[in-house]
Each structure stands twice: as structure tokens, then as C-alpha cells.
Design a protein around this ligand. Structure first.
Ligand code: MG
Length: 158
């Protein structure tokens, strides 16, 4: 077994949809990024790659490459899973914490878990997602952006 950790943060920006964990979340702003800005999936990808000591998503999907402009981050996640499978890994379980003052995310979490479990080819019981505020402290508390932490366990598929 191998364990990995990932972290990502993005600034809120008007005129963009907010996509978290592959799910569209109604909000007055989205996340600024070269991709769709899904910080949850980005943190998850980094945790998965980290567990295999395979670097980070920036190495595979550089933000200087126009091919990844506004790309659906679920495509990146599925590609990361393929890379791991090629090296003989499958996902054991993942645990994600989203840090956001707003919007409230609780009601969207079941859909995020289902979406990510599908992309990871694992059961929903292997995908945990939690959300917290920071009691209005820091950049997330001021609603300048949001952040996500992820931990992933990989298991040898052989
Ligand atoms: Mg990112």
C-alpha cells in the first residue's frame, strides 16, 4: 500500500461556473484557473500521483498547454487513474476536505462522492468528502477563494 497527500487552492472569479468534485455548484463566482478550476479534483490527482511518487498534475497537464484550457478536470482524473493502473495500482480509498466559507456544500457532497467514485472505478464507500469553513479566518474565510486537501491510499492491483 502507498499513501499520498494533495493540496490545491484557487481564487474565486466572476463569470465562471463553480465546479467542485466534478459537480456544478450554484454560486455567484467560479474558480479562476487554466482548467475548469476544480480544486477538489486537482488535490485528489496530486494525492493519487503523490502516493505513487509520480510527481504532480502540473507535470502531466501543464497550464501553458492550450489543450487543457477550461478542460473538465474529470478528464484529468481519469487520465491519472490510467497512469496508475499502468503501474499496477488501484485506489484503496480517498479522503478529501474542502475548505470554503461559501457556498455551503453539504447537499452536493453525495453527488461529488458518486461522481469521483465512478471516475476512480471504486465504490462510493471508498470516497470520503467533507467540507469545513475557517470561521471567517484567512483567505478562505474572506471568500477570496477555496482550498482542498486530499489523502489517497493506493493498493497493489496484482
Ligand atoms: Mg488547481
Amino acid at each position: 500500500m502507498r499513501i499520498g497527500h494533495g493540496y490545491d487552492a484557487h481564487r474565486f472569479e466572476g463569470g465562471r461556473p463553480l465546479v467542485l468534485g466534478g459537480v456544478h455548484v450554484p454560486h455567484d463566482r467560479g474558480l479562476a484557473a487554466h482548467s475548469d478550476g476544480d480544486a477538489v479534483i486537482h488535490a485528489l490527482c496530486d494525492a493519487l500521483l503523490g502516493a505513487a511518487a509520480m510527481g504532480d498534475i502540473g507535470a502531466y497537464f501543464p497550464d501553458t498547454d492550450a489543450a487543457f484550457r477550461n478542460i473538465d478536470s474529470r478528464l484529468l482524473l481519469r487520465r491519472v487513474l490510467e497512469l496508475l493502473q499502468q503501474r499496477g495500482w488501484r485506489v484503496g480509498n480517498v479522503d478529501i476536505t474542502i475548505i470554503a466559507q461559501a457556498p455551503r456544500l453539504a447537499k452536493f457532497i453525495p453527488d461529488m462522492r458518486k461522481t469521483l467514485a465512478g471516475d476512480l472505478q471504486t465504490g462510493i464507500d471508498n470516497v470520503s468528502i467533507k467540507a469545513t469553513t475557517t470561521e471567517r479566518m484567512g483567505f478562505t474565510g474572506r471568500e477570496e477563494g477555496l482550498a482542498a486537501h486530499a489523502v489517497a491510499l493506493l493498493v497493489s492491483a496484482g
